[in-house]
Design a protein around this ligand. Structure first.
Ligand code: ADP
Length: 502
């Protein structure tokens, strides 16, 4: 294993922060309450230097079977506990996450290549809240009863579904894992988490948190590995898995749905996006640029919610683009572990190549105003998967740059003349996850938000959500909702009981 200075320093730092495992980073599965060494190791790569910083085991049939069976055994008692008995376990789980806050912050940067400053913007709190919120919600949430006209009473009981496969992507690995773990466990299901192969570190520490919180063995399991022909696919076909919560690409969602069909699993699919960011002439332009830069380049643009299509009303098009280009150029790209860094590295070499494919295409069919190349960074960062924030103009709305999810720091800017045209452009993709509307005209915000075919609209901001609202995508961006009073139904079976009055 290569140990560059940066990595050596990081290991020392992790140790000092209370990293709870032996170093170097040799990730293990977590099955039935035990950390299992595993077989078939694959490398863990730090995206900022391209170097191998550890290894993770690939779970195959043996590990998947063991984990699902452990979860199934644990379900027999966990599923029968009243929510108030489950709550203290989950609260301790959340507390452990907070205790390991600085370690999570570093691991998340090592896993994803994201700047550590972004991990310090409430990321770890949100992880803990995801678990606490549902632990409390399950306790306080009641049920409906309908006294019928004939004197009968029809009421609703809720009960857990069974073993859940939680399949997560690499862009927000620890946050997305907890958002699924929270409702899964709070409502009495048990879980096998399969983190993305690029980002096993956060899930490893989450297992440690669950372990130290004293969760009964098998309630929460982690199996590492890949998707097709590996742990991911095996989980989606396993007969004892009753529920799949998946976040990832739309194409992967389709495959998982097909694979889950034979065993008729309940599925929740949070898939890709191609969000429009509509900037109207009445918007506060400086604020609009600030929101736009965040929505476009946060996490290197590797966010399904990224505002990657900028629709700008003609009168402010030129000043907006000018300010946007200046702001993009001013972003500090570099070592994700440096607290001053504002943009880190893309997840992997093959992903950088995919994004560069869109850049090269844009150079042919449109105008690249800024970015479009790898930045000049000192060794060992010169080997990292960095790409400058990229702004493209003069591109057709039907072009693939405006239609496909690029999942990188690249945005296209299009002008529009009327509100109707803006709405039509915004809705002109197969995706429907979210949109951003920037205007100071309240009536316009209301009208446009109502007309957009998406699951979430942000007005004059981005990436803020109260956990009580449902979250998910319209059109090809997903099936179902997670979170909130509406979304939690996914994690429960219901049964209605009708009692006669005689
Ligand atoms: P991303 O590129 O955002 O990671 P993917 O959809 O490729 O999106 O992957 C998301 C998650 O789905 C990862 O954990 C990956 O290993 C898993 N995955 C990929 N293909 C499959 C599959 N056929 N069955 C189950 N899981 C899969």
């Amino acid at each position: 294993m290569v140990e560059p200075k940066l990595y050596k320093e990081t290991l020392e730092r992790l140790k000092a922060l209370g990293f709870p495992f032996e170093l170097p980073l040799e990730v293990t599965h977590y099955i039935g309450g035990e950390f299992v060494q595993g077989e078939n190791p694959f490398p863990v790569i730090y995206p900022a230097t391209g170097e191998v910083i550890g290894s993770a085991p690939e779970g195959r049939a043996k590990e998947v079977d063991l984990a699902v069976e452990a979860a199934h055994r644990a379900f027999q008692s966990w599923g029968k506990m009243p929510p108030s008995e489950r709550r203290p376990y989950l609260r301790r789980f959340a507390e452990k996450i907070r205790e390991y806050r600085p370690v999570f912050e570093v691991l998340e940067s090592l896993d994803v290549g994201r700047p550590i400053r972004e991990n310090r913007l409430g990321y770890v709190d949100r992880m803990a809240n995801n678990i606490e919120f549902f632990a409390d919600f399950a306790v306080t949430h009641g049920s409906e009863a309908y006294p019928m006209e004939n004197g009968y009473i029809n009421y609703v009981l809720r009960f857990p579904v069974g073993v859940a496969a939680l399949i997560t992507p690499w862009n927000m690995p620890s946050m997305l894992a907890t958002w699924k773990i929270g409702p899964t466990l709070a409502f009495g299901n048990t879980a096998v988490l399969k983190p993305a192969e690029f980002t096993p570190l956060g899930a490893w520490l989450l297992a440690r948190c669950a372990h130290e919180a004293g969760l009964p063995p098998g309630v929460f399991n982690v199996v590492h590995g890949f998707g097709p022909d590996s742990a991911g696919e095996l989980l989606t076909k396993h007969p004892l898995v009753r529920l799949i919560s998946f976040t990832g690409e739309t194409t992967t969602g389709r495959i998982i749905l097909k694979n889950a069909a034979d065993t008729l699993k309940r599925t929740s699919m949070e898939l890709g996006g191609k969000a429009a960011n509509l900037i109207f002439a009445s918007a506060d332009l400086d604020r609009a640029v600030e929101v736009t830069v965040r929505a476009a380049f946060f996490n290197q643009g590797e966010v399904c919610l990224a505002g990657s299509r900028l629709l700008v009303e003609r009168p402010v098009y030129e000043p907006f683009v000018e300010k946007l280009v200046a702001a993009a150029r001013a972003l500090r790209i570099g070592d994700p572990l440096d607290p001053e860094t504002q943009m880190g590295a893309l997840i992997a070499e093959e992903h950088l190549e995919k994004v560069m494919g869109y850049v090269e295409h844009a150079k042919r069919v449109a105008t690249v105003l800024t970015g479009g190349k790898r930045p000049d960074l000192p060794h060992p960062l010169d080997k990292g998967y960095f790409l400058e924030p990229t702004v493209v103009v003069d591109v057709a709305p039907s072009d693939k740059v405006c239609q496909e999810e690029i999942f990188g720091p690249m945005v296209a800017v299009l002008p529009f003349d009327t509100e109707e045209e803006a709405i039509a452009l915004a809705n002109n993709t197969p995706y429907g996850l979210n949109a951003i509307v920037q205007t100071r005209d309240v009536g316009q915000a209301v009208r446009v938000s109502a007309a957009l075919e998406v699951g979430t609209v942000w007005v004059n901001d981005w990436f803020v959500r109260d956990l009580r609202v449902p979250f998910g995508g319209a059109k090809q961006s997903g099936i179902g909702r997670e979170g909130g009073h509406y979304g939690y139904e996914f994690y429960y079976e219901t049964k209605n009981v009708c009692i006669a009055n005689r």
